[in-house]
Design a protein around this ligand. Structure first.
Ligand code: HEC
Length: 160
């Protein structure tokens, strides 16, 4: 299926889930998002890719490009992107990826699980395999992890 078809479909599904969701602001950020019966297995998955400038840069391109993570997670990884008006997103808000407590609370495997299955009842949809291959997902996750390390430093150089 072409990306041009998938993106509107996913976007429509996401907007539908926003309107029916009744969650307030997300207070339990550190609570695992993976269902408890699958958590143990998800935690055994590890990122096969090394965190190099090259792999992180690839992840960044996906995050800001075809995987459109940036629309909700923002260029700074802190949550709402500038494309979304504050208050329009119902349900738990996107994660602040620069939050070191959140970064420490999650294993890579749990994050990959979310990219495969989405986070139930939230605007976070599944991305594998429709939009990202598993390898691309691991690249994106290296970029997500880089937000936890570069809080006081500028973004990976060379980008606006
Ligand atoms: C339509 C908005 C939207 C898009 C697009 C989106 N996310 Fe999310 N994301 C969210 C929301 C909302 C949450 C919070 C879900 C929750 O609290 O369980 C979230 C949560 C997450 C989490 C954290 C889950 C946890 O364990 O705390 C990760 C990792 C994540 N997103 C990665 C991504 C990546 C990578 C992309 C692009 C491939 C992406 N998201 C695209 C809205 C979005």
């Amino acid at each position: 299926m072409s990306q041009f078809l998938i993106i509107p479909l996913v976007t429509a599904a996401v907007f539908a889930s926003w309107t029916v969701s009744v969650w307030g602001a997300d207070e339990a950020v550190l609570k695992p998002r993976v269902p408890s019966d699958q958590l143990r297995e998800a935690r055994t998955w590890t990122n096969p890719l090394p965190a190099t400038e090259d792999t992180i840069e690839k992840g960044k391109k996906l995050f800001q490009g075809k995987a459109f993570c940036v629309t909700c997670h923002g260029r700074d990884g802190k949550g709402l992107g500038s494309d979304i008006e504050p208050g329009t997103l119902k349900g738990p808000l996107p994660r602040d990826f620069t939050d070191k407590d959140w970064q420490a609370a999650r294993t890579d495997g749990e994050l990959l699980w979310i990219l495969k299955h989405g986070s139930n009842g939230t605007a976070m949809a599944p991305f594998i395999p429709l939009i990202l291959t598993e390898e691309e997902a691991w690249q994106v996750l290296l970029y997500v992890r880089s937000f936890g390390q570069n809080r006081d430093k500028p973004e990976v150089e060379g980008q606006p």
